[in-house]
Design a protein around this ligand. Sequence first.
Ligand code: FRU
Length: 479
Amino acid sequence: MSLSIEQRYKPYSEWTEDEISKIKENAASSPWRSEFHVEPPHGLLNDPNGFSFFKGKWQLFYQYFPFGAAHGLKSWVQTESTDLVHFKETGTILYPDTELDSHGMYSGSAMQFGDKLFIFYTGNVRDENWDRLTYQNGGLLDSQGNLEKVPHTLIEKPEDVTEHFRDPQIFFYNGEYYAIIGAQSLDKKGFVKLYKADKDNYKSWNFVGDLDFENDATSYMIECPNLVFVDEQPVLLYCPQGLDKRVIDYGNIYPNMYKIGQTFDTKTATIVNPSPIQNLDYGFEAYATQAFNAPDGRALAISWIGLPDVTYPTDRYDYQGAMSLVKELTIKDGKLYQYPVEAISSLRQSEQDFTNLSNTNNTYELELTFAADTKTELVLLADKDGKGFNITVDTKEGAVTIDRSNTGEQYALEFGTSRSCSIDKAETTASIFIDKSIFEIFINKGEKVFTGRVFPREDQTGILLQAGEVTGKYYELKY
Ligand code: FRU
């Protein structure tokens, strides 16, 4: 069902019980529901928001439109976790219900202040001509789920940006609170603004400067910037929409990129000596990644497995989008690694040596090793003729390629059906998580990552070693 603008922006209270129960029923009938990833019961999930730690629990909110697979009037849905693996929806929804966010509670971040969780978000507003207005708003959430919104914007839109100014990320650095916000300049280039709070006052923000990270300035907008610190090095994760592919190649409609700096100079708003821009993920969809430094110092990240402006096979079941696993960020030999948090191994039910299997539940983990100087072709989600999701690890040429062209229902074909990345010509490992219609592949413990969706047919449940050799383990996973 495709929704008109009126339907997408109609007040939540005007949806009838009958309409809602049809949507719920339809979503529940999908053959592709995941087992151990967060996804919406119905409606559309996009960005991770407010990823934080509050009152002894991990908090993860998601951007949400409840009434079908469409981008409409957005709210935030709260989920909580004690282990970063099992997330439970609490029933708390933060609604767009003020003049400063009437057309959507857009993305943002969260941090505990006192006994409340401070929510820092963008209010999306459309005026009577349907022109976009953007406000950087705040609110305090208590542990009962009541959000008290600050009745004025916290950061005024600067004169040198368009109404594409959004997604504040609050972070704590050297004893002070800072925030970065994604922006579009008046000549339509993406950049990032840095602010600093008055001492311990999350309501009072001062502009520091435009973040200098040797931005190539070819994108037209930077969404969802996040700055985290890994071994004290600043890591900027960001989504430069429209980035020129001559700067760095990428396959998806919109890219999620990163840079690692040596140090962060707060006075001059500079990420000092930044690395070249890098792809955060090589799969078909990982976007709007949100990261924060946990109270124990770890840098934790989670991505939306989905992309703006893409239609998915689940759309006809009135839902779309999922969250990735929570990944810990580390730096080794100057390279960023992303790897699921340790607790993910608590999902393992049974262990066996890797072998061909004809009938799995499509909820498993593979831990594989590919010897140097070999080329191995695996087919996951394979049918009895060996057609499925192909993964080729070539340690002779130094490349990993995934191909979903034979995996059930196809979509987003204009962006191609395969993706690859280079690897060292050496022994290589892959940790592969399959969850019904989601895959996450971590090459060499997270040196390169492929995240994405596949929508297999019912008979695509096998694992097949088609060529080459591999050793490793198969673990069945259960939530
Ligand atoms: C990224 C994004 C954000 C925005 C939100 C709206 O996917 O476009 O920039 O805040 O989604 O849903």
